[in-house]
Design a protein. Structure first.
Length: 155
C-alpha cells in the first residue's frame, strides 16, 4: 500500500473504547475520504455526526446466522465504498470485512485496544491473522505479535 496514492479508508467499529481509538487517529485520517461501518449506539451516532456511516449489527458468536448477515452487509458496503484500506480496533463485525478484504486484495490494519494486555478476544485472534499490519498500544503484546508495530496509547 502506497500512502501517496491512498484516498479512501473504511473504519469498522463497535461503540465505546474501540471507537475512541479510531477517533484518536483523526489527525491521520482526516486528509482522506473516510467511511464508517459502525454498530449503532448513542455514542457512535453523536461522535460520527456528519461522517459517512453505515450502521451494522453487533456480531455475537452465539448467533451464527448474524455472521452470515455480516458478510452480506460487508460485501454491500465494500462494493459501494471501494476502500483502499480497512482499519479496525476491534468488534465482531470486523471479521467479515477483513475476510472479504483479503479475498479482494484490500490491505487491513488491526489496532489492539489499550485494555488488551495479554489475552486477545476472538475477533482479534481472527483479524490479526488476516491483517496487513497489526498495531499495538502495549508492549506486552509483542510476544504474541513480534511483527506488530508499537504505537503507544492513543488517548
Amino acid at each position: 500500500m502506497n500512502p501517496d496514492t491512498l484516498e479512501r479508508i473504511l473504519f469498522v467499529s463497535s461503540s465505546g473504547g474501540v471507537l475512541l481509538d479510531l477517533l484518536a487517529l483523526e489527525p491521520w485520517w482526516s486528509k482522506y475520504r473516510v467511511a464508517w461501518a459502525v454498530v449503532e449506539a448513542p455514542d457512535t451516532a453523536s461522535a460520527l455526526a456528519g461522517q459517512t456511516c453505515y450502521w451494522i449489527g453487533n456480531t455475537s458468536f452465539r448467533r451464527p446466522f448474524r455472521i452470515v448477515l455480516d458478510f452480506v452487509s460487508a460485501w454491500r458496503i465494500l462494493r459501494r465504498e471501494r476502500p483502499q484500506l480497512i482499519v479496525s480496533a476491534g468488534s465482531g463485525p470486523a471479521i467479515a470485512f477483513f475476510a472479504l478484504a483479503r479475498v479482494l486484495g484490500i490491505p487491513t490494519f488491526w489496532i489492539y485496544t489499550l485494555n488488551i494486555l495479554a489475552t486477545p478476544g476472538v475477533s482479534a485472534k481472527i483479524c490479526t491473522r488476516m491483517s496487513s499490519r497489526v498495531f499495538l498500544q502495549q508492549t506486552s503484546l509483542l510476544a504474541a505479535h513480534p511483527d506488530g508495530i508499537v504505537i503507544g496509547e492513543l488517548y
